[in-house]
Design a protein around this ligand. Sequence first.
Ligand code: HEM
Length: 575
Amino acid sequence: MSSAIRLEDYDVSPITGFLPEEPALTRLPNPYYEPWERINDNLQAFIITRKLWVQVEKLPVLETDQLSTMPEKRRAFTLLAFFAHAYIWGDRHDVRDYLPAPIAVPWVRLADEMEMKPIICSPSVVSWNWRKLDPESPLELDNMTVLQTFTGSTDEAWFYLITGAVEARAVELFRRIPGIFEAIEKEDHQALVEHLGVFHAVLSDCTHILERMYEQCDPYVFYWKIHPFLAGWNNMKSAGLPHGVLYHGVDDIDMDPDDPCLNSRRRRYAGGSAAQASGVHVFDILLGVQHYPTGLSKTERSDDKRKDAKLQGGNFLEAMRTYMPGPHRRFLEYLDRNCRLRDYVLTATGASVLDDLRVRDPAEVALRTQLLQVYNACVAQVRAFRDSHIKMVTRYIVSPARKGPSLVNMMTPQAKQDFRPSPPTTPITPAPGQLPLDDVVSDTPAVLESMESQTPPEGISNLSSRLTHLTSLFSLQRLRNYVVNEPISPALTPDSSSVDFSAHLHDSAIPSRHTPDVYNNLQSNPLSAGIADQCEGALTLKTKSQHVVGSGGTDAMKFLKQVRDETKEAQIQPM
Ligand code: HEM
């Protein structure tokens, strides 16, 4: 290992680390790119009004050779990433399985040039997407703001900022990497203890910053409004992308649009994840934390198996490195190959070594014992970071997935626009026990609100009266518009899903074939004839939404817990 490692050789700044040192551009300076900037000026409005598709398709296919500086390239990449993900996921009721040439062509070119993949990633939404509020003040959370979001919400901005601020805080550690290498080379234990002390302080601050997520990012908003935009196009069959996404003008040149072989040309990429930010990778590598493919048992973790799994792309964290810019990836690879901190601490603090020294040099024994303690404290702190992160994933993914979407999320965009509570055109006689329809109509906003909050409005205290209201609303052809009426796919039944739909369905009063009592009851009531099938539609849509945003976090949790446990295994037992 050589202490001659120079961060700059890997595009890692001693001032801003993996974040670029040059401020991000707020607009591309060359007027040639004005068509992109003009779309971006109204991005959120175009998403809300569902006009982005048309806008993007009208764009010319711009060349990338007029992007002359790195900040320009980064801004262009980020703009295209936001356009692409808004184009694919902007309307979950109508997911497109291709990117039009005006996005795909320049994006693929830029990604190739930057040794990245044309998909949204942590570098594009976090590292290149901030500026300092006060340029003269330090780079830290309370002095950072975000340039670009899908939703315009403070929740989304905060989500990106927290990740950026963790990276920013870690810079103090990155700066010390050459020093850590040198201290090991020179066997300078005093210096090593000092470096690791700083490492520990950095880790503890990063955990604190992570936990500030709760201050301004609402889990519901994150899960239902932000997270879907960040999804990729791998394993997204249930969200409507069984084969991935076709990049028009790149992968379909000279092919008939109906050619079935086109599917094999579709690209599949993972979505944006903070696991693509380099900071936490550095923590692991420096401390010698080993990660294995998810589900690989301890006994299977021989070097051969590990290499095998590596070749098959089984290690998620390593796969995430392929979404980083080339120089950063190479920096991590360099560290991986050359950092031997853990082995060094293991040897320097081994029982026989310390026994030999005990009489000759008790001060050195004390120093080495301190070295072991501070090393272990760092490992424990990385574990604490991961524990905290797991709790966060529970609150931001698992819980909202269990609760299910609000009515607003189940409505088609058209239905949202169409909804105007108004009196019925055909008189319908209420069945015995039902409220008169006039009351129901005037109650509509309250019922909708109750479904949103999942609490019955005043006076409607039990499930059956809520269903009665629903029934009447359906009869009035109002709620019919809120659901997509298509048969439920056997592949998406609650049984095969990681989320317990049936329990939730009772709560939110959406009956289905899977809640037979309610379903049969509805079918036997003449006024509610047909409503059960409508509800099936709601369930289908709900299940679809669930799959767009993820499997309710079950797989992710398994992976995250394994990674957390692997961290613990790096601790060295004092002899
Ligand atoms: C609302 C907050 C967050 C949620 C819901 C969340 C969710 C997740 C999920 C589901 C994974 C599993 C892999 C994947 O699907 O990408 C993951 C992995 C990961 N996330 Fe987060 N994340 C959040 C914030 C952060 C932040 C702020 C950081 C760090 C700055 C971070 C760092 C990581 C890392 C390093 C991994 C890889 C696993 C590990 O090393 O423990 N996450 N995250």
